[in-house]
Design a protein around this ligand. Sequence first.
Ligand code: CA
Length: 453
Amino acid sequence: MQLFVSWLTLFGLAHALLAADRPNVMIIIADDLGYHDVGFQGSKEIPTPHLDRLAASGVRCTNGYVSHPFCSPTRAGILTGRYQHRFGHENNPAWKPESTHDGLPLDQITLPQLLKAAGYHTGAVGKWHLGAHPQFHPLKRGFDEYFGALGGGHVYFPEDKGGVEYTIPLDRNGADEPQRRYLTEQFGEEAAAYVKRQAAGQPWFLYLAFNAPHTPLQAPEAWLKKFSHLSPPSRQTYAAMVAAMDAAIGQVLDQLEATQQRENTLIFFVSDNGGPNLSAKGTGNFTDNTPLRGAKGDLHEGGMRVPFLISWPAHLKPGTYEAPVIALDFLPTAVALAEAKLPEDRPLDGVNLVPYLTGERSGQPHERLFWRSQGPKGIHAVRQGSWKFFRAANGQPELYDLNRDIGETQNLAAEQPELVAQFNKAIADWEKGTIPPLFESPKAGKKAPKKKP
Ligand code: CA
């Protein structure tokens, strides 16, 4: 574990100065990005110079997780700082604009609400996927402005065909707006424009959620040509989509630099889940989660251990951080730096990571991390130190020492019955703070989208 020079001592001495200079906060989310599919994670096939520059400017968390192995629940966790199982958001909401039920429950307090109360301007660009009814709209959940696609995904070109959810008009602050160009480029352009607009004003929070490189696999010709050597064709298109997203992120970073905001902007980057393995559907396995086992939807590491960056050049020295962290930590970290207030009437599960990243605090931010998918009787996983416990829906335990076996190949459960019992008890205790899912994910093939969002 690399230690960093503490800036908190300085903070004590110059609190008044820094209070006037609270950081901007940006969360960038990729959708269904493979663990090994960006340069800073070791990809040789897909160059991502802009994400690599972001990585070089900050801390790469090598044991970084999201709180779910698929789309919407991870986002519910990020925006609340809580295991989404606490409030029943364990599945993807169907595209049901008439439903006041399927979406991020209205009694949940979001990060933009907290930052807004502390004087931040709050913007969101991109995929929403936290409810289709107007009551769930980003402007009702703490954002001052929004531009994007409200569903679980979207076609990338205006002329592309698809199901209802994937072809709805884009939304700007509650009004329909036609799609103009390749969606990833449009989201990058919108985010860069937001950063430029806010440069002279109060501190701001931008939630930038790409739907890339999620299916449908569609990419501009210029990017496709750069990857013509890759096969199958799905891999070529996927690589082009990742590269286009990288360029869009580069546009935002350039604008931050041009407006002298980069130093004091805290940027988080994650994928919302691991790369999917859709080879059974005839598309070829176009994502690469090497060296992890499993894929999107699974609670082996490939499902929810993701590329994970935290960059704040003004105060965090570049390097790596190895203790397990989770995207639930974004909220308490941002709230602390914004000098905003955490809700006191409910348990939070994330922690402020900055003291750990600077070396101010030693030890692990989390004693244990938990995952559950498919409800209380579904699959579970726990991370504790280097141990990874996995329990199938039928109760079969698996235990791995990730320090020696990151690919989860040697099940040590039979050799460690006491540990297995401890993990089963830890899950039972954790379950007491959760509720069953409030809504079910849409059935594949019944409605758009054709694939699980
Ligand atoms: Ca996803």
